[in-house]
Design a protein. Structure first.
Length: 129
């Protein structure tokens, strides 16, 4: 798949957000990657950069051993979609998460997510990832 230069930059930006903010739960890097008027659509968090910092601090405190395993990412213009396996504790089955980000002026400006528990058994052999 060929990406436009904008899509390539957007994929790199989202990968950097995972590497420097979301995976290490590092609120000190939020301003580097997140727009000042950041809009949150997830029912798990409030709008804005300060709310994201609060969420990251809470996540680090409640699940310090959590892992975000990015399985794949797709770009479509100013949107990037990431398929992620989130495990809160080693050995947990975790969650299948689809994060959708909109990028504006080189920063994440909006976020949506869809979250499913990874089941112990499935009616098909394909797995969620």
């Amino acid at each position: 798949m060929t990406h436009t230069p904008e899509e390539t930059a957007n994929l790199a930006l989202v990968r950097a957000v995972y590497d420097h903010v979301l995976i290490p739960f590092d609120p000190s890097r939020v301003d580097d990657f997140i727009a000042p008027d950041y809009r949150q659509h997830s029912p798990l968090a409030a709008d804005g950069r300060e709310a994201l910092r609060t969420f990251l601090n809470w996540a680090r405190e409640t699940s310090p051993r959590a892992e975000h395993r990015v399985k794949r990412m797709f770009a479509d213009g100013d949107h990037v979609i990431a398929h992620v396996h989130v495990v809160l504790e080693p050995g947990d089955l975790g969650f299948a998460v689809v994060d959708i980000f909109r990028i504006e002026n080189g920063k994440l400006s909006e976020h949506w997510d869809v979250i499913q528990n990874v089941p112990a058994e499935s009616p098909n052999p394909n797995g969620m990832f």
